[in-house]
Design a protein around this ligand. Sequence first.
Ligand SMILES: [Zn+2]
Length: 280
Amino acid sequence: MNSTPGTEIIEVASGIYARLHENLTNAGIIVGDEGVLIIDSLRMPSFARDLISDVKLITSKPIKYVIDTHAHWDHSWGNEEFPDATIIGHQNCYVEMMDDQWNEEWRSKILTGGDPWAEEAKIVNITPPNLTFDSSMSLYIGGRQLELLYFGRAHTSGDVFIHVPDEKLVFTGDVIQDRRVPYLGDSYPADWPETDDKIAELPIDTFVSGHGPNGNHEDLLEARSFIHELVNASKNAIQEGRNAEQATESVIETLSDRFGDWVGFDTLDERIPEVIAKLS
Ligand SMILES: [Zn+2]
């Protein structure tokens, strides 16, 4: 399939695709009888338009639903390209996307980041979900049940999981990634371990993440261990009365044997003081 350069589309189950984008953000594509459901609209309108073109390589059916796994710009700022679709997200995702301060902080970070999409960030019309839920929602697409699940705060306040029970498959957004350190800047470290414990109970064989490759259940448990160990090591450092610098050093030292080769571990130290502050 000749999809957008840098992307690879993998059929993970019949009619269910992971569209992996190297070093950027992944999307999901689920084809039903009447229409298509997209998981994450990606970072900018131009990225959403590329995604829409790639969907047309698979099916001519219309895109009827978009699910935002969470409010982060690189997952949801393409929403405006789907004016005819129902855009679904958690209630807290809606609140975050309506938060002008949050949006403008992200917009200015992107504008000064110098990436090829920086200019486009100026004109994004941030479009929140128009259908929200609190704990769970079921959708039936092509005779198949999708469970939209909320297990509590984690990577943001409104992370949702899209579970396909018949296929033992789950889309995890940024909460669970395969051998990658998730972004911690908007996270809730006090709540995240418990949220991960709930995902770990899902009877799945495969997950599709917001970034990086697909993983299996063992990889999911490893991602959970990372968050547990990060939070435990941070709490220990707090109890020992260490200052931010010493605490960061001891957390990195504790985690490096097991997770040191993960993508993003090299910059984890920049985030530890914030994690410590949130746990203190
Ligand atoms: Zn994110």
